[in-house]
Design a protein around this ligand. Structure first.
Ligand SMILES: Nc1nc2c(ncn2[C@@H]2O[C@H](COP(=O)(O)OP(=O)(O)OP(=O)(O)O)[C@@H](O)[C@H]2O)c(=O)[nH]1
Ligand SMILES: [Mg+2]
Length: 159
């Protein structure tokens, strides 16, 4: 499975999504610093919100195969600048989060356009709460189907 670093504003749902993808219990915990999971690198939203911290994102991305830009569809604003993805010489995908909160298509379209403008070649729309869209994202990253035990994967054998 490819390793992805997730980047997005504070509260957009990165950690909750990683918990869902890693089959962990969903429990709120503010991300204070970069956290490494088996298949993901979770980052604090502040690293995107303060330009002088971009450097930490660039350094952390060295261990990732893919860059995942994350946008909360219910946020109504973004910190992802146009062409932000060019900061990283790696493939970029986008994730629209919290689709369970979307009221109509406009919010989803806005989030999708933010991610595409930021450089995402593929965009996935997910809800970590309901699991909608999670299998498609896992398939893209080459992971096992949602719900399937990841014990073999966790050992790192074959990676
Ligand atoms: N309704 C809904 N709420 C969600 C979803 N995912 C996350 N949340 C909520 O959004 C809030 C922020 O989620 P986090 O996963 O901590 O966000 P984050 O992007 O990791 O935030 P930072 O660590 O501050 O960068 C929490 O209260 C979550 O419960 C979702 O799919 N649907
Ligand atoms: Mg977090």
């Amino acid at each position: 499975m490819k390793k992805a670093i997730l980047i997005g504003m504070s509260g957009c749902g990165k950690t909750t999504l990683v918990q869902r993808l890693e089959h962990e219990e969903l429990a709120y915990a503010k991300t204070q610093t970069v956290r490494h999971y088996v298949n993901f690198i979770d980052t604090p939203g502040e690293y995107l919100e303060h330009r002088h911290l971009y450097r930490a994102l660039i350094i952390s991305s060295a261990d990732a195969d893919e860059i995942g830009l994350v946008q909360d569809c219910a946020a109504g604003q973004t910190w992802i600048p146009p062409s932000f993805g060019t900061t990283f010489a790696k493939p970029i995908f986008g994730v629209v989060t919290k689709t369970d909160l979307a009221v109509g298509d406009e919010q989803l379209e806005y989030a999708r356009s933010v991610l595409e403008t930021g450089g995402a070649a593929r965009v996935f729309a997910v809800s970590a709460f309901t699991g909608d869209g999670v299998p498609e994202l896992l398939e893209y990253l080459g992971g096992p189907p949602a719900g399937e035990a990841q014990s073999a994967d966790r050992t790192g054998v074959g990676r």
